[in-house]
Design a protein. Structure first.
Length: 705
């Protein structure tokens, strides 16, 4: 627990992040001017602060006070008020600030607060300037008051900034009168909002509290991939939020009567599905659109001629899959590595050219789209680009009233497509156009709600071409052989123990620290000795973010080994250096960088970094930096749709809750040329033996049946 305190007037900033997360400042304290560092960028020059924290000595900058928490007061001196007005109030420069303080003296801030019309007494302040000054003052006051309130409930500076961004001048009203709306802000859960609500006097069994808990529980389930929750499971979640069981059951019934949720009839197992109304409508709409698209007159196509033109000798299963594409309006092609999915796409692209048709090729991620372009020899794009996402309108511009202008659309890596994106695609697709969905159903499902590819296959109502034969060249790869072993529930075999390509090795250690050290050695020494550039070619994958073998810990160790020096940008507890590999963790349509995009930092400034995303350089402003993380090691989920020259997979029993067959199978199949599994033997056996598919609750297959 920090015991030291610094009190005084903040006189200047040496560094200040644009988002308020971090700053270095000078403070005139009772013992002299000192340097303070920490989450104080939201403070204005001229304000007094009472900072709690501890002293530290920096080798370059000397003694500095590291702030843990800060209370802000109004400035007390005339010079402090002048500095504060210049820094905090929009439209006030040095000269105007001096005139205001000369006129009102120490009462300046009281005038702003209680008699702002008196600003007109100051020469040079007309109605427009006065309105601008007052609105900025009010906004700043709201932010200050809100910070005091929310910090008291344990919310940090970043969450407070997001509240202000989401609700603006209405933030205080939301906190006071509608606290459960705070769950709309990323990073604030039901328990945080509930603590504020209970402090405001909301009773434990209040209907608004129960309904807020229901809404949050169902939204959380959707974030986990489900479209609904069985009613019994929903009630259990509500009980975990300290809702009395009887009140929870009555609350679900009330929510259904108010059409906040939809309760379906009980299944044969006695379960009742409970959806948010909007999600129930979404899933039903997708089912209707799929059903309407299935029937289409079959066409005869010259498959062999097209295959010969691109130098491919098709196997019977591949030929049957291509013919199936022209037999219905929507067709699924699925298969594991080495079964010929890419070959089929190449022939489809040639058939489109020969038929004089306009086909679109798309994938959920940029990397997958680039691989698809290389495979089919045609321009491929992300689904968001295909559907023409508009940041200003907050949606796709291609829809039923402005449809796509293609004869067919081929979507690769369809296992990554969630229900909402699939709905948008179906809406934008012309009625006569064919839709071909290509993917490996054994891989991880989408990050968003739904498991579209699996449900389409399970329904039995959509034509499915399932590729099972592994072709000779692919069968020589130990990566491919081990991927299929995993699907059969078998532990992968290290390449030195069998004939064929030596491109997949299994290195065993039980101790987590020994595993971590071995992994670093593999990345920094063994793979470079085999011709791989550790900074460019090698991707470390792991199931989790936390723990000794999670992304956070491994990124620290790998960053220290692979990129220990260079210009550095510090943002809170994050550090980015020129040369670092970074990953975007959310879709940012303003800068056209999406969740899962990986790039390399090429330049650092005090308030931004420039990142090269495979040839496209993007400057990332300070207020967008909190959506980026180091990417020397990333989660397996983030690797979906990507391929890397070499993959190093870390598995340990500490990853227990995540260890599933589809997870490790997805990780291994990300490797294009080389894979190393650095694993606890127990964890590896556990992973390949557990077949759960994320335990998602979805109803699309049943609606289609």
């Amino acid at each position: 627990m920090y015991q030291d305190r610094v009190e005084g007037e903040l006189t200047s900033f040496l560094f200040r992040s644009e988002d308020g997360g971090f700053a270095v400042a000078r403070v005139a304290s009772t013992t002299g001017e000192v340097t303070v560092v920490g989450p104080i960028a939201h403070v204005s020059v001229g304000q007094r602060i009472l900072a709690t924290g501890g002293w530290q000595t920096d080798l370059r900058f000397g003694p500095r006070f590291k702030v843990e928490s800060v209370l802000i007061e109004h400035p007390r001196t005339l010079s402090g008020i002048e500095r504060y007005l210049q820094g905090a109030v929009d439209g006030v420069g040095p000269e105007l600030a001096r005139r205001i303080v000369d006129h009102f003296g120490v009462d300046t801030l009281q005038v702003l607060e209680h008699a702002p019309d008196r600003l007109g007494e100051v020469e040079g302040i007309g109605p427009k300037t006065r309105e601008k000054i007052v609105s900025t003052w009010v906004s700043e006051r709201i932010g200050r008051e809100l910070e005091i309130t929310l910090r008291g409930h344990g919310l940090g500076p970043a969450a407070i900034r997001r509240v202000l961004f989401a609700f603006g001048v209405g933030s205080a009203d939301v906190v006071a009168r509608h606290p459960y709306r705070l769950v709309e802000v990323q990073g604030i859960g039901f328990r945080s909002a509930d603590a504020i609500a209970r402090a405001n006097g909301v009773a434990r069994d209040a209907p608004e509290r129960v309904q807020a808990a229901i809404d949050f529980a169902l939204k959380s389930a959707e974030e986990e991939g489900s479209c609904f929750l069985p009613e019994a499971a929903l009630v259990e979640r509500l009980v975990s939020f300290d809702v009395e069981r009887g009140a929870a059951q009555r609350g679900v019934e009330d929510a259904a009567q108010m059409r906040r949720v939809v309760r379906h009839a009980a299944s044969e197992e006695g379960e009742r599905a409970v959806y948010r109304t909007v999600t129930d409508e979404l899933e039903a709409r997708v089912a209707r659109r799929v059903a309407a698209r299935r029937a289409q007159a079959p066409q005869t196509v010259a498959v062999d001629a097209a295959a010969s033109a691109v130098g491919i000798d098709l196997a019977p299963g591949q030929r049957a899959a291509i013919e199936a594409v022209f037999s219905a309006g929507l067709v699924v092609i699925t298969g594991g590595p080495g079964t010929g999915k890419t070959t089929i796409v190449r022939v489809l692209a040639e058939l489109a050219r020969r038929r004089g048709e306009k086909w679109a090729f798309a994938s959920p991620t940029g990397r997958a789209a680039r691989r698809l372009s290389e495979a089919c020899g045609a321009d491929a794009r992300t689904l968001h680009r295909l559907l023409e996402w508009s940041p200003t309108e907050g949606g796709f511009t291609r829809d039923g009233s402005h449809p796509l202008e293609f004869d067919a659309v081929v979507v690769d890596e369809t296992s990554m497509v969630d229900l909402s994106l699939f709905d948008a695609l179906l809406d934008a697709l012309p009625p006569a156009a064919r839709l071909v969905l290509v993917g490996d159903v054994e891989q991880l499902p989408s990050v968003g709600a739904g498991q579209v590819l699996r449900d389409l296959i399970l329904s039995g109502k959509v034509p499915v071409a399932r590729l099972t034969d592994v072709y000779r060249q692919a069968a020589e790869s130990a990566i491919v052989r081990n991927a299929h072993r995993m699907l059969a529930g078998e532990v992968p075999i290290s390449a030195e123990r069998e004939e064929g390509a030596r491109d997949c090795f299994v290195l065993a250690r039980e101790d987590a620290e020994e595993l971590a050290r071995l992994l670093i050695t593999v990345v920094t020494e063994r793979l470079p000795a085999n011709g791989f550039d550790a900074r460019r070619d090698v991707q470390v994958l792991t199931p989790m973010h936390g723990g000794p073998l999670g992304t956070v810990a491994l990124n620290q160790r790998l960053g220290a080994a692979l990129n220990p020096e260079g210009p550095e940008l510090v943002r809170g507890n994050r550090r980015f250096r020129a040369g670092d590999r970074v990953i975007q963790t959310r879709n940012d349509y303003d800068i056209d960088v999406f969740n899962g995009d990986v790039g390399r930092v090429t330049a650092i400034t005090p308030n931004s970094m420039t990142v090269d995303f495979e040839g496209r350089e993007v400057e990332i402003p300070g207020d967008s930096l909190d959506t980026f993380e180091l990417a020397w090691a990333i989660s397996i989920h983030k690797s979906q749709g990507s391929e890397y020259p070499a993959v190093v997979l870390a598995l340990h029993t500490s990853h227990f809750v995540m260890l599933r067959r589809n997870l490790v199978y997805t990780a291994l199949t990300r490797a294009r040329r080389f894979a190393v599994i650095v694993a606890s033997p127990r964890a590896l056996r556990m992973a390949v033996s557990r077949t759960g598919v994320d335990d998602r609750h979805t109803g699309l297959a049943g609606r289609l049946g």
